[in-house]
Design a protein around this ligand. Structure first.
Ligand SMILES: *Cc1c(COP(=O)(O)O)cnc(C)c1O
Length: 496
């Protein structure tokens, strides 16, 4: 080693600028022209593998500019572009450009937001972000919480806090088996699969889940909820948690949150809201009423990487009494010297969740909230909902489309060939097959990306618009694509 160390991974300021500016140029061009691309190329995993090649681990290094050129080419030209205005699949948003800048900045400084001492400003910014998110959805800013990787983790983080709070004995010392009665929990049939993962991972088993029927509007049937809780108590179980959906993952339905809150109060149960997708819509005055009762939740999960348009990954857990997070996740090994000054207790995020070393996810959320303000989000979220409503209304009046559901920014519908319009029920099976084929064809075409939903036995096309780039013309064009492609698929299928 020489006196002055020259590490192969270091870059000179000059190189960083030169190559960095070039990278910014190509990213900016990618964003500006994204609508001219296919949403997805339709390449198979085998084709993708061939394009990538099969090089062994390199022994020797190569020039950064070459790596950047190749990496951007691979990603720009062989990815599914969820930033495309006609990407309506699942619930992944168009990523905000400022979010990309934030991740770049965060990575450059690289604060470890596990402990205050390692990330003094980043910790303070995360704390402010959590407070702003509480304010955003309209719950008291006394809610505390933490940024996590997404909805699953946000729900898990809250699930375990609920368990700590409600277990008859200390879970830390006695564990599950020494606690009195089987701990059971309640959610509607429309709840996301995270709940099954939680039941399995955290030692309850899926039999501890009480799947509550939904009513005609697809909301949790709260009468059945109450009855099930009564039955469980009678048979010696220990109910501890009820989960309400604020925008279920399939069709966007918001449960009767205040009714669930009342039931939770009556039985001393933890009330958790899974608002991963939908709860940001509470910021829009017109829709706030739908979410009545959210301030009564003990915990809330939300996903900035969905409707706040943060690039992946960003989820958030909010807890009414954040002490339960600390009671669940905090431990103090001897080698941590993170004790705080008496006058200014420091916030160590490793005590609030699963992670120890933590990246600076909050920055992209915090920066976007400032770029557009609450007003900007009210406008964008409101527009997304209006576009989904437009799609629904157009499907309703279109002779060959059957509008099925519309909640928040999710619309489901079916293509129905003209000769089936008056015979939908008796031909559901064929229509399901037709719509499934149609969805695959549309996805392969790469011109639009829809997903699916099965509603009362109907296989539906599903558009979820969490996309600030989508406009009315996209909706009209997508309708034309669906109808044209639907006719073709029907043409081929009906003779088979
Ligand atoms: C998306 C979603 C989840 C899962 O979130 P991830 O970020 O994918 O982990 C959970 N619940 C609901 C209601 C969702 O919409």
């Amino acid at each position: 080693m020489k006196d002055k160390r020259v590490s192969p991974i270091e870059m000179s300021g000059e190189d960083f600028k030169k190559i960095g500016y070039q990278l910014v140029d190509v990213i900016s061009n990618f964003m500006e022209t994204i609508h001219e691309n296919q949403v997805t190329t339709g390449e198979t995993p085998k084709q993708i593998q061939e394009i990538l090649g099969n090089d062994p681990l390199p022994d020797n290094g190569m020039a950064v500019s070459e790596i950047i050129d190749r990496s951007s080419d691979l990603l720009f030209n062989h990815s599914l572009l969820n930033g495309h205005p006609k990407f309506f699949g699942y619930i992944t948003s168009s990523p905000s450009p400022i979010g990309a800048m934030a991740d770049f900045l965060a990575a450059a400084v690289n604060p470890n937001v596990g402990a205050n001492i390692l990330s003094p400003m980043a910790t303070a910014i995360e704390k402010q972000t959590v407070k702003w998110l509480a304010e955003f959805i309209g719950v008291p800013t006394t809610f505390g919480g933490i940024l996590v990787s997404g909805g699953n983790m946000a729900n898990f983080t809250a699930f375990l806090a609920a368990r700590t709070a409600m277990a008859p004995k200390s879970l830390k010392e006695d564990g599950l088996t020494n606690n009195a009665g089987e701990m059971v929990f309640y959610c509607s049939k429309a709840t996301h699969t995270w709940i099954e993962k939680a039941a399995v991972l955290f030692g309850h088993g899926t039999k501890a889940i009480r799947w509550i029927e939904t009513d005609a509007k697809n909301k949790m049937n709260t009468e059945i909820l109450e009855k099930t809780i009564h039955d469980d108590i009678k048979s010696g179980k220990k109910p501890f948690l009820v989960i309400g959906n604020a925008g279920d993952v399939s069709t966007g339905v918001v449960d009767n949150l205040s009714t669930i809150a009342t039931i939770c109060k009556a039985h001393d149960l933890w009330f958790h809201i899974d608002g991963a997708y939908g709860i940001p819509a509470a910021v829009v005055p017109k829709y706030y009423k739908l979410f009545e009762g959210i301030e009564e939740a003990d915990s809330i999960a939300l996903d900035p990487h969905k409707w706040l348009y943060a690039p992946l990954e960003a989820g958030c857990t909010l807890v009414k009494n954040p002490q339960y997070l600390i009671d669940t996740y905090s431990s103090h090994p001897a080698y941590y010297n993170f004790t705080s000054h008496e006058d200014q207790p420091s916030l160590n995020y490793y005590e609030f969740g699963f992670q120890n070393s933590r990246g600076f996810r909050a920055l992209k959320v915090w920066m976007a909230l400032q770029q557009v303000g609450k007003k900007g989000y009210i406008e964008m979220i409101g527009d997304d909902i209006e576009l989904a409503q437009l799609l629904f209304e157009e499907a309703k009046i279109h002779l060959e489309l059957n509008a099925v559901t519309q909640n928040l920014s999710i619309t489901t519908f079916q293509y129905v060939p003209p000769e089936y319009v008056n015979r939908v029920v008796e031909n559901q099976e064929y229509l399901n097959r037709l719509n499934e084929s149609l969805l695959n064809k549309l996805q392969e075409s790469g011109k639009v990306f829809l997903s699916n939903s099965v509603i009362d036995g109907k296989y539906c096309l599903r558009a979820c618009i969490v996309n600030f780039r989508t406009s009315k013309s996209d909706i009209y064009e997508v309708i034309d694509m669906v109808v044209n492609e639907g006719r073709k698929v029907h043409e081929t299928l009906q003779w088979n």
